[in-house]
Design a protein around this ligand. Structure first.
Ligand code: F6R
Length: 239
């Protein structure tokens, strides 16, 4: 595990964007695993600028996102599909048909989750997975639990996660959906390479427990200690 403690959010975003641009330039048809939330917005801005400047092309890239809220109407501006379109997909030269987000519409979620895992397999697996971290150590929407999840599944969101995500729902935590479809810990660990971002003092404790503590499903990100190719980028110091 490589840990880069950067001086601020811009430097964190720059380092992460450079790693992603390097991966895409090395393998133009790579599969990127992507995250939403506040943390990667700066990275997505830099990727969009680099694409506009001709420094990278996403024309052949395929993407799979980690998660999507359950129970939102198609096209809801708070959906992760809308987030990705706004912050990245509409701003780069990617073919939108090559962008994939878990299907959180009504119906049998077991079938839809199995289809998402099969889709990732059919793309050849994820080359580079981008992750944020929750204050409780979650990755994707894999919340602290007595065991590590395996594949894509429906997950109940903890109260602290709903509170943290209220900003995207008019600051009303009751408006944040109670569950989501998320890639599992097993799916994340299959990525060939992983990039974990943590920005702000509020993430220090979770990140420290994840990278310095025991591997423990109550700190889901700690499982990354068992992966052979992880880069962690934060904008604070950790001991
Ligand atoms: C988002 C996701 C979440 C976030 C995490 C941190 O797709 O899977 O695990 O990465 O909740 O969110 P921010 O970046 O908003 O602090």
């Amino acid at each position: 595990m490589r840990i880069f403690c950067e001086k601020d959010y811009v430097s964190l975003s720059r380092r992460a964007a450079d790693i992603i641009i390097g991966a895409v330039n090395k393998k133009p048809d790579c599969v990127l695993g992507l995250a939403t939330g506040s943390t990667p917005i700066g990275v997505y801005d830099m990727l969009s600028s680099a694409c506009a400047a001709g420094k990278v092309s996403f024309a052949r890239v395929r993407t799979v996102n980690l998660d999507e809220y359950m129970g939102l109407a198609a096209g809801d501006p708070a959906s992760y599909r809308a987030f990705m379109n706004e912050h990245l997909f509409r701003r780069i030269d990617i073919d939108i048909a090559n962008t994939h987000i878990p299907d959180a519409s009504a119906g049998d979620e077991n079938i839809r989750c199995a289809r998402y895992d099969a889709l990732i397999e059919s793309l050849g697996g994820v080359d580079l997975q981008l992750l944020g971290i929750g204050r409780n150590g979650h990755i994707g929407f894999n919340e602290p639990s007595p065991y590590f999840s395996v594949g894509t599944h429906e997950a109940e969101l903890s109260q602290s996660t709903r509170r943290a995500n209220a900003a995207f729902f008019g600051n009303d935590e009751n408006a944040v959906p109670k569950s989501a479809i998320t890639m599992g810990i097993g799916s994340i660990m299959k990525a060939r390479s992983i990039l974990l971002l943590a920005s702000g003092e509020a993430k220090r404790e979770a990140l420290t427990r994840a990278v310095r503590g025991n591997v423990d499903p109550m700190v889901p990100a700690s499982v990354l200690q068992l992966h052979g190719d992880v880069s962690v980028i934060c904008d604070f110091q950790i001991d």
